[in-house]
Design a protein around this ligand. Structure first.
Ligand SMILES: Nc1nc2c(ncn2[C@@H]2O[C@H](COP(=O)(O)OP(=O)(O)O)[C@@H](O)[C@H]2O)c(=O)[nH]1
Ligand SMILES: Nc1ncnc2c1ncn2[C@@H]1O[C@H](COP(=O)(O)OP(=O)(O)O)[C@@H](O)[C@H]1O
Length: 189
């Protein structure tokens, strides 16, 4: 059986992580994306159990207390975390599992899974990032401001990651992710 592998994809909100991942998963159905848990309210069209597991704050806090999350963090006034069990089960079964998470969570994974491949996606500029978040048309002014403040802090941490990719030309960024995944020697998880 092939060896399981954990891959962490991080980058500021609006940089294009979700869009890149959905193309990547279409092209490589053998990859698995972990479904996170969040206290954020669903956006229009988001489905519980698919985009996220949408839970209340008390429920999230209970999961944390019971050790059921592999990592978790607060982001823009909401909690986000990775359910532990499905990820561990998939890795044991030899799957390659991708976590699409923010910086604090990625730092926690670096400690608990030092062999995970960590990829950081940067925007071509902060102006372009803002216009992508606005163009998505999904967030309030408040939420946009919180995301942009956080983005300033996150982009400075790109160098902590094994691979840094600028999502300017979409196809180029996608093929750089593929290269990082399939042309690097898999490390031990
Ligand atoms: N630490 C952590 N961050 C997460 C998790 N799931 C999502 N995130 C991050 O939370 C941030 C906000 O996500 P979201 O509300 O969906 O907004 P968007 O990234 O702007 O579409 C993003 O940076 C995600 O990568 C998780 O399970 N753990
Ligand atoms: N390379 C790119 N050039 C221009 N727009 C992009 C590019 N990549 C993604 N986008 C757009 O940016 C917006 C934010 O992308 P999204 O995947 O939701 O970001 P994230 O998941 O990082 O928050 C979307 O409208 C998406 O279509």
């Amino acid at each position: 059986m092939s060896k399981g592998r954990l891959i962490v994809l991080t980058g500021p909100s609006g940089v294009g992580k979700g869009t890149l991942l959905s193309s990547l998963l279409q092209r490589h159905p053998e990859l698995s994306l972990s479904t996170s848990m969040t206290t954020r309210k669903p956006r229009l069209g988001e489905v519980n159990g698919k985009n996220y597991f949408f839970v209340s704050r008390p429920e999230f806090e209970r999961k944390v207390a019971q050790g059921e999350l592999l990592e978790w963090a607060e982001f823009a006034d909401n909690f986000y975390g990775t359910p532990r069990k499905p990820v561990e089960t998939m890795i044991q079964a030899g799957r390659w599992v991708i976590l699409e998470i923010e910086l604090e969570g990625a730092r926690q994974i670096r400690k608990s899974f030092p062999g995970a491949l960590k990829i950081f996606i940067s925007p071509p500029s902060m102006d372009e990032l803002e216009s992508r978040i606005r163009g998505r048309g999904q967030d309030s002014e408040d939420a946009i401001a919180r995301r942009l403040r956080r983005a300033q802090a996150e982009v400075g941490a790109a160098k902590e990651f094994d691979v840094q990719i600028v999502n300017d030309d979409f196809e180029k960024a996608l093929s750089q992710i593929e290269k990082a995944l399939f042309e690097t020697v898999p490390a031990m998880c």
